[in-house]
Write a protein that binds this ligand. Structure first.
Ligand code: UDP
Ligand code: MG
Length: 255
């Protein structure tokens, strides 16, 4: 058990060299926590930053009761940071927002009510505030991924998402998989997600960490990996057992 177990929602914030965003994060996230629809905490994941991000995080975590952090020894990538967040989260729900605050934490409250009926709710950036080139890459990548995975997702790159923690912990995670959450969710029997329009703003400080190479080329290859995974994914349903019902499954002999 860790301290996230005391909350209904853990918001994961991955950071890699985002020292200039720390004070904005403190302001926006502490304001959100005061009136969030769920009792929520923040879990920063410092992904091996080499600037002052870790010192800044320790500072804001020392003065905000519901702020926590974990810090990697070296840079492992966004998917690794999110996996660590999923691994550590012990609240019923888990959320994700980027450290550059291109999406607004206040809008977690628009997504969260959908978790009553869905396993995941994801934002769609309606008026995207990125360069025309980046929007083009994203449109192209989204339509190719939709064709290859059949996930039907409009905007998998949107950095505002909430999950039932149990579903997020089941995602098979590899580098680059942060772009495939709707597709990964659909591997699970009967799982469903909801798309919800959200606002998007330009990055105001710091720089983007992704080049066209890792955004487009690696996700091209990952689409093939996903198709392999879908074919080989293990799903089983226990029909009988005498070991108890710790996983929530009612065994046939007990029913
Ligand atoms: N990030 C990370 N590890 C990395 C690269 C990025 O934790 O190796 C974080 C980064 O600090 C930010 C988020 O992932 O919080 C998304 O990165 P970015 O804003 O650069 O992506 P973009 O919006 O340009 O796609
Ligand atoms: Mg960004």
């Amino acid at each position: 058990m860790n301290r996230t177990a005391d909350y209904e929602l853990t918001v994961i914030v991955p950071l890699y060299n985002e020292e200039d965003n720390i004070s904005n994060l403190e302001n926006a996230l502490s304001a959100y926590l005061q009136h969030s629809v769920c009792r929520a905490c923040i879990l920063f994941v410092n992904d091996g930053s080499t600037d002052g991000s870790l010192a800044g995080l320790k500072d804001i975590c020392s003065r905000n009761r519901d702020f926590y952090y974990i810090s990697f020894a070296r840079n492992c990538g966004l998917s690794a940071a999110l996996k660590a967040g999923f691994d550590y989260a012990e609240s019923g729900y888990v959320g994700y927002i980027d450290a550059d605050l291109q999406t607004d934490p206040e809008e977690f409250d628009i997504l969260l009510p959908y978790l009553k009926d869905y396993d995941m709710a994801v934002g769609i950036r309606v008026k995207r505030n990125d360069t025309a080139f980046k929007r083009f890459q994203s449109r192209f990548a989204n339509s190719f991924r939709r064709m290859m995975t059949g996930d039907g997702a409009t905007d998998t790159g949107c950095p505002l998402k909430v999950f039932r923690t149990a579903a997020a912990k089941e995602f098979p995670m590899f580098k680059g998989m942060h772009r495939f959450f709707p597709a990964l969710l659909l591997l699970q029997d009967g799982a469903r997600y909801k798309e919800v329009p959200v606002h998007h703003r330009p990055r105001v400080t710091g720089v983007s960490k992704f080049s066209i190479w890792n955004r487009m080329m690696s996700s091209f290859a990952d689409c093939f990996a996903y198709r392999w995974m879908r074919k080989r994914y293990i799903r089983y349903r226990v029909a009988d057992s005498n070991v108890g019902t710790g996983d929530g499954t009612t065994s046939a002999s007990e029913a």
